[in-house]
Write a new protein. Structure first.
Length: 184
C-alpha cells in the first residue's frame, strides 16, 4: 500500500511556512522602525512609479490564479494551463518590474549603501522577490505536472496550497508598499 499524506497536512505545512515568512518580515519591519527612529542619517527614498504598476500586475496574477483553480475544478485542462501560465507570466512581469525599479533608483544614484532608507528598500523588495520566485517555481511545477485530466484529482490540494502562498505574497507586497510609502 503506497504511503499517503492527508490533504490537511499540506495545508498545515503551508501555514507554518507562511508563519515563518511573517516572522521574517515582522523582524525587518521592526528593524526599519527602530533604525528610522534612531537615525540622524535617514534620507527618505522616493519610490519609483513603476511600483504601482507592479502592484496592479501582481493583483491581476491573483485573479488569473483563481481562474486557473476554477478551470481545474471544471476539469478543463486547456483553460487550466492557459491561466496557470498567464499567472506565471504576470509573476515574472512583476519581478521584472521590480528590477526596473532598482535600475531607476540606480540611475538616480540611490544604491543599497546610499543611506539606511535605500538599504531597507532593497532588502524588503529583494526578500519579497525571492519568495515570489519560489511561488513561480511552484506554479510551473503545477503546470508541467497537470498535462492530463487523469492528473487533476491529485492536483487539487497542490493548487490549493500554492494559491494560499501566492495570495499571501500578493498581500505581503501590498503591506510592503504601504510600509515603503510611509516616508521610507
Amino acid at each position: 500500500m503506497p504511503w499517503s499524506v492527508p490533504p490537511h497536512a499540506y495545508h498545515t505545512g503551508m501555514w507554518i511556512g507562511i508563519a515563518g515568512i511573517v516572522m521574517i518580515f515582522a523582524a525587518f519591519t521592526s528593524a526599519l522602525v527602530v533604525r528610522r527612529g534612531l537615525s540622524t542619517d535617514w534620507a527618505p527614498t522616493a519610490l519609483p512609479p513603476i511600483l504601482f504598476l507592479n502592484t496592479a500586475v501582481l493583483a491581476l496574477s491573483s485573479v488569473t490564479l483563481e481562474l486557473s483553480r476554477r478551470s481545474l475544478r471544471a476539469r478543463s485542462g486547456l483553460a487550466f494551463a492557459r491561466w496557470i501560465y498567464l499567472t506565471v507570466a504576470l509573476g515574472l512581469a512583476f519581478v521584472g518590474g521590480q528590477l526596473e525599479a532598482w535600475e531607476e533608483l540606480a540611475s538616480r544614484g540611490v544604491y543599497l549603501a546610499s543611506n539606511p532608507s535605500s538599504s531597507f528598500f532593497y532588502l524588503l523588495t529583494a526578500a519579497h522577490g525571492i519568495h515570489l520566485l519560489g511561488g513561480i517555481a511552484a506554479l510551473l511545477v503545477l503546470g508541467f505536472r497537470t498535462r492530463t485530466l487523469a492528473a487533476f484529482p491529485r492536483q487539487g490540494v497542490a493548487i490549493e496550497v500554492t494559491s494560499i502562498y501566492w495570495h499571501f505574497m500578493d498581500g505581503l507586497w501590498i503591506y510592503l508598499l504601504i510600509l515603503l510609502m510611509a516616508r521610507l
